[in-house]
Design a protein around this ligand. Structure first.
Ligand SMILES: Cc1cc2nc3c(=O)[nH]c(=O)nc-3n(C[C@H](O)[C@H](O)[C@H](O)COP(=O)(O)OP(=O)(O)OC[C@H]3O[C@@H](n4cnc5c(N)ncnc54)[C@H](O)[C@@H]3O)c2cc1C
Length: 607
């Protein structure tokens, strides 16, 4: 059987798949999403939370470009909290504790009601090719789905294996079967694959927890939101609670560590260094006698709780015993055990920055399949892959975000220029332009680009322009209105704000005309004024790089034949085949001498 032809097919309905499908459909492409289970579209496989350091910047950027993750998170929060408020604006980070069930329902409804977007519940097993070009997908029933472009967003499912102690099951997520067939097909087509692993903590019964002596962590009283669009719902917030491991927990882990599938050598994948299991924490930081653990609600309609920081792959009997050593959890019931999942990924240096495979035109990849970890990282790639698959289907040039423009650009640049050997998570320290790439200015940086490519609709565009108009108005008023502080001569509020100790809130107290300025505009204006010098410095280094971005490195360049390159440079360039000189400069091990050899070689070959 052969289905009708689509412009773009997305395989997977996780966080990458949703953004990819919505972007492609909204850009006018006839789009199909193939998904192993429609019930799990938008499933939060692990932590029921969106945002946090560096991830909230990603969510705001997705929203600024016209993506949907911020809207889903705003509509379904259990708690909203701005983290790092006492630190500089570059690291402020919004985090939502999400209602896992509501998030999934909301995401599915968005996908199901989108014009141009169709759904099929089935498992894709292979790609259809015309020469080296990908032109469709075949599913496990043998049905063919022709398409101009295909996006793989299969998450942790490819040959997924779940481990709990000595037990091992095939599965992409607890309760869902693994996806087989695609890895073999891609390997046969010449793609290199690897194995990674990640883990999830146990879910526990909230009715069996004694919260009375645990620290409460409430949400913010007047919370900020992810989306730049207005009309966010005001919902009752639920608190999280804090507990900790004890000496008894650590002793249990030490006594049973030999039963871990990792210690037994049953698992081959590398796990996330930034998100270790509790047994890894206890072993690695042997001098620490306790680790903090957050008890987080999963949904308003459920008593199931998530125990953040307690992921494990020890056997179930050990997990239950460990849980009952935690303060407040002495009588706890475990609803679902912690487990580890191991899966195939495809190192993303095999992709262009558009996320299209270098050797298989028409094939795009996004999300955990590219070696990343986390919903936000997956969604960010999904958005870019969706945009670029639509542009490829419409014969348009790729849409590339540079690392100077965004955390999304930084993420993709890291993926395509570096060998990822452990699950990649976004961190603010990965960006050299942190002060430029704040969550408060994501719309100023990216909404005009989203408009240019057709993803920002009139509603969002009008809101954006109105906000920019108000920002300019406030800046002018700050420059013209004056105030005397104590004995000092009268100064503009603008110059007062340049002082580190003066905040916009103080300006509002001094002059009521600034009281109606909204908190988001106040933060934006204050940051732009206070950090003007640093921001300008970073902007200068960005403009120095722009020539290197324009310097294209042709795909036919035979790096192995350029003798003047260093040995390491020759090997890395031949393997990673960067698209531009700017990308080549960022490959670890490429020296300034290698860069000038490339410039000279290409200048000669052009002559
Ligand atoms: C057990 C577990 C623990 C995790 N722990 C963490 C953690 O600690 N920290 C963290 O940041 N992240 C963690 N994650 C990862 C997080 O869930 C992912 O990063 C994120 O969901 C990836 O999004 P994605 O869209 O790439 O894939 P997913 O959300 O996994 O979605 C994959 C989609 O592809 C579909 N699919 C797969 N194969 C096929 C096929 N052949 N045909 C049709 N459809 C297919 C599936 O049905 C699903 O809809 C964990 C995941 C799991 C499973």
């Amino acid at each position: 059987m052969r289905e009708k032809a689509y412009d773009v097919i997305i395989i997977g309905g996780g966080h990458a798949g949703i953004e990819a499908a919505m972007a492609s459909a909204r850009l006018g492409c006839k789009t199909l999403m193939l998904c192993m289970s429609l019930e799990t579209i938008g499933q939060m496989s692990c932590n029921p939370a969106i945002g946090g350091p560096a991830k909230s910047q990603l969510v705001r950027e997705i929203d600024a470009l016209g993506g949907v993750m911020g809207i889903c998170a705003d509509a379904t929060y259990l708690q909203l909290k701005m983290l790092n408020r006492s630190k500089g604006p570059a690291v402020h980070a919004l985090r939502a504790q999400s209602d896992k069930t509501e998030y999934r329902n909301f995401a599915r409804q968005l996908v199901e009601t989108e014009t141009n977007l169709s759904l099929r519940q089935t498992m894709a097993v292979s790609l259809i090719l015309d020469g080296q070009t990908v032109v469709g997908v075949q599913d496990s029933f043998g049905i063919e789905y022709p398409a101009k472009a295909v996006i793989l967003t299969t998450g942790t499912f490819l040959n997924g294996k779940l481990y709990v102690g000595e037990k091992c099951f095939g599965g992409g997520r607890p309760g869902e079967s693994a996806s087989t067939g695609l890895t073999k097909c891609l390997e046969d087509l010449g793609l290199i694959t690897g194995r990674l692993k990640t883990g999830t903590p146990p879910r526990i019964d909230g009715r069996t927890i004694d919260f009375s002596n645990l620290d409460i962590h409430p949400g913010d009283e007047n919370p900020a939101f992810f989306s730049f669009l207005p009309n966010r719902p005001v919902l009752d917030q639920l608190p999280c609670h804090l507990t900790r491991t004890t000496e008894k927990t650590h002793q249990l882990i030490r006594d049973n560590i030999h039963r871990s599938p990792m210690v037994q050598g049953l698992m081959e994948g590398t796990g996330p260094r930034y998100c270790p299991s509790i047994e890894e924490k206890v072993t690695r930081f042997a001098d620490k006698d306790s680790h903090h653990l957050f008890i987080e609600p999963e949904s308003r309609d459920s008593y199931e709780m998530y125990l953040q920081g307690f992921s494990s792959c020890l056997p179930i009997d050990v997990q239950v015993a460990m849980l009952r050593t935690l303060p407040g959890l002495e009588n706890v019931d475990m609803i679902r055990p912690a487990c580890a999942v191991e899966y195939d990924y495809f190192p993303a240096y095999q992709l262009h920055p558009s996320l299209m495979a270098k050797n298989l035109p028409g094939l795009f990849m996004a999300g955990q399949i590219n070696g990343t970890s986390g919903y936000e990282e997956a969604a960010a790639q999904g958005l870019v892959a969706g945009i670029n698959a639509a542009r490829y289907a419409g014969d348009q040039t790729p849409f590339i975000l540079t690392r100077e423009s965004s955390y999304i650009g930084t993420l993709i640049d890291d993926l395509v220029t570096k060998e990822i050997l452990e699950p990649y998570r976004m961190l603010t320290s990965r960006s050299e332009y942190r002060l430029l790439l704040r969550q408060d200015n994501a719309d100023a940086r990216l909404t005009p680009l989203g408009r240019e490519i057709g993803l920002v609709d009139d509603f969002r565009w009008n809101i954006f322009n109105e906000k920019q108009r108000r920002i300019e108005e406030v800046k002018i008023r700050l420059k013209t209105a004056k105030h005397a502080l104590g004995e000092e001569e009268r100064r503009s509020f603008y110059s007062l704000l340049l002082r580190p100790q003066v905040t916009f809130e103080m300006v509002q107290q001094l002059d009521p005309q600034f009281c109606e300025v909204s908190p988001d505009i106040a933060l934006f204006v204050e940051t732009e004024i206070k950090y003007k010098g640093y921001i300008e410095k970073q902007q200068k280094s960005v403009s120095r790089l722009s020539d290197a971005h324009l310097f294209k490195l042709p795909g036919w360049l035979d790096y192995k034949g350029i003798q003047q390159l260093s040995n390491e440079g020759r090997e890395k360039l031949a393997k990673l085949k960067p698209d531009t000189l700017a990308q080549a400069m960022r490959i670890p091990g490429i020296t300034p001498a290698d860069i000038s050899v490339l410039q000279i070689t290409l200048a000669r070959s052009r002559r």
